[in-house]
Design a protein around this ligand. Sequence first.
Ligand code: G3P
Ligand code: CA
Length: 269
Amino acid sequence: MTHARQHLVQVVAHRGASEEAPEHTLAAYKKAIEDGADALECDVRMTADGHLVCVHDRRVNRTSNGRGAVSALELSDLAALDFGSWKSRDEEPDWERRPQDPGDTSVLTLQRLLELVADAGRPIDLAIETKHPTRWAGQVEERLLQLLKRFGLDAPQSPAESRVRVMSFSARSLHRVRSASPTLPTVYLLQFLSLRLRDGRLPVGVRIAGPSMRIVRSHPAYIQRLKQAGHQVHVWTVNEPEDVDLCLELGVDAIITNRPRAVLQQLGR
Ligand code: G3P
Ligand code: CA
C-alpha cells in the first residue's frame, strides 16, 4: 500500500476513542481529536423532552449508573447520571486513574459535540447515526437538521464539501434527511448482506454504503461491486490490524474504529 493511497482513507473514531474512554462521552471524543482522528462517529437518540443525546443503546443501563429508556427520560434525568464509571468497573481498569475534566463523563448532547468539533482548531468530519428513528416518526431527523443548521452544517454546497454525513440502518430515515437537505450525504448501514442488495445497488439517492466488517470479510467481491458502481464504502467496526489491511486492499473510503490511534499508526500517520 502506498503512502498516498493510505491518506485517502478516512479514520473515524467510533463512539469516540471508545476503547480507551467511555463511549459517547466528551472524554472519548476529546481523546479521538487528540489522537488525530479525521472524523467522529456518534449515535443519536431523542429524550422525552426532545433533546438529541449521544447514546447507543435504547436504555441507559449498560453505559451509566441509571436505568430506563432514553426516550422515557428527560435531559435533566440523564444529566444526573454518570456515563463513565461503568468503563472503570468492567472495561478499562486504568481509566479512572486518568485526569478528567468535570462534565467529561456526563451525558453528551449532540449540540455539545457540535461545539467541540467547531472549536477543535482543525477540520473534523462527523458521521451521525440516527438510532431507531421510527420511534419518533421523523422528529429525530427534524431536530437533527435544526441543530446542524445552527452550526451552518445542514446545507453544504455539494455532498463532497459536507463535513457531516448521516448514517442509518433505516432507509426511511435517510430518505427523510435527503428530502429536507438534498446535499447532505447519507450512509446506508448494513449488518448482514441480503440477497436483494448483492448486486451493489443501494436505496435510491444513497451514495455511501456502510457495511459491517463481517460483510467485508465474508463478501469482499460485494465491496468491489460497490466501488465499481461508484459508491463510497465506510466500514465498521475495524479494530484488528488484519481487518485494516483488508479494508486498504479493497480501497474502502472510511475505517470506523474504536482505536483511532492504533489505526492511524498502522497507516503511518
Ligand atoms: O458506524 C456504524 C456502526 O456504529 C453501526 O453499529 O451498533 O455500533 O451503532 P452500532
Ligand atoms: Ca453507531
